[in-house]
Design a protein around this ligand. Structure first.
Ligand SMILES: NC(=O)c1ccc[n+]([C@@H]2O[C@H](COP(=O)([O-])OP(=O)(O)OC[C@H]3O[C@@H](n4cnc5c(N)ncnc54)[C@H](OP(=O)(O)O)[C@@H]3O)[C@@H](O)[C@H]2O)c1
Length: 258
């Protein structure tokens, strides 16, 4: 690849496996997340797999100062980002009315505002470069609302909407914006989610392996795809939901009744 890819949420799950997939293709990598020890393990494995230069930089997407430190670090080391993969995020499942509002705020800070802030900073450097790609990992939960995921779905819907506008703004500048929306993927993401739902999601017929999800993200690099939705059956479900939401609500209310 000989390109430099910045991956947020590279310490675990989809981001970690995207890093390994990119490493086998010889990419240079900037790995970001909060847990430095995990990032260093991922960096080591990426180097073993054949990556070029690999940087592990701790960043908290809920903290703009931490993102400023990252941008300054990239600037000082003259690291030019060809692809930004905004993947970091977390979920939670609970009826909205009983959800601690601090958690709601934190989820928007990480899944939406942190993503937007980092995107703005990196997009400015891409404008100077005259090229780039921004890949936002949202979720099919941002297209199909489900009970107990009001906050998570709202953050992912916001990412999809943000990406749709940004794509049009940046296209004339040779910067591609791609959204990748997954259904359930078997990762530690579900450690935060209630146990029953984890089992139904990751052992269900629609679950993707983390390797498959990572391959899907990597395959979008260098393409002009506006959006990728996987698995296809759930993507078709999201289209159905948009066409006949009353029927969709009925099915989902029954499916998500624990
Ligand atoms: N798994 C699924 O079923 C699924 C489905 C659709 C979409 N997604 C989306 O895919 C993305 C990756 O999720 P995953 O399944 O790979 O989950 P995961 O294994 O839990 O990974 C989440 C990553 O986000 C990072 N992160 C969380 N909070 C952060 C913060 N404040 N600052 C910086 N990094 C932070 C974590 O690193 P640290 O803890 O080290 O900071 C970790 O690397 C998320 O955006 C998720 O919403 C997941």
């Amino acid at each position: 690849m000989n390109k430099t890819i910045l991956i947020t949420g590279a310490s675990s799950g989809i981001g970690e496996y995207v890093a390994y997939e990119a490493a086998t293709k010889g990419a240079n990598l900037v790995l970001c997340a909060r847990r430095e020890d995990k990032l260093l393990d991922v960096k080591y494995r990426c180097e073993q797999l054949g990556a070029g230069n690999v940087y592990a930089i701790p960043v908290d997407l809920a903290d703009p100062d931490s993102m400023d430190d990252l941008i300054n670090h990239l600037d000082e080391k003259t690291i030019q980002i060809d692809s930004l993969i905004n993947n970091a995020g977390f979920g939670h499942s609970e009826p909205f009315v009983t959800t601690d509002f601090n958690l709601v705020i934190n989820m928007f800070q990480v899944n939406v505002l942190g993503l937007m802030y980092l995107t703005q900073q990196i997009a400015l450097t891409m404008l100077d470069q005259g090229s780039g790609q921004i890949i936002n990992v949202a979720s099919l939960a941002g297209k199909t609302s489900t009970p107990n995921y009001a906050t998570y779905g709202a953050t992912k819907g916001a990412v999809i909407s943000f990406s749709n506008a940004l794509r049009m703004e940046l296209k004339p500048h040779n910067i591609q914006v791609t959204t990748v929306n997954f259904g359930p993927v078997d990762t530690p993401f579900f450690d935060n989610i209630e146990r029953n739902r984890r089992e139904a999601s990751v052992n269900g017929p629609f679950a993707l392996t983390v390797t498959k999800a990572a391959e899907t993200v990597i395959k979008t690099i260098g393409t002009s795809k506006r959006e990728v939705n996987r698995p296809l059956l759930l993507a078709a479900g999201a289209k159905f939901y948009a066409l006949v939401p009353e029927v969709g609500d009925y099915i989902l209310m029954n499916f998500f009744r624990d």
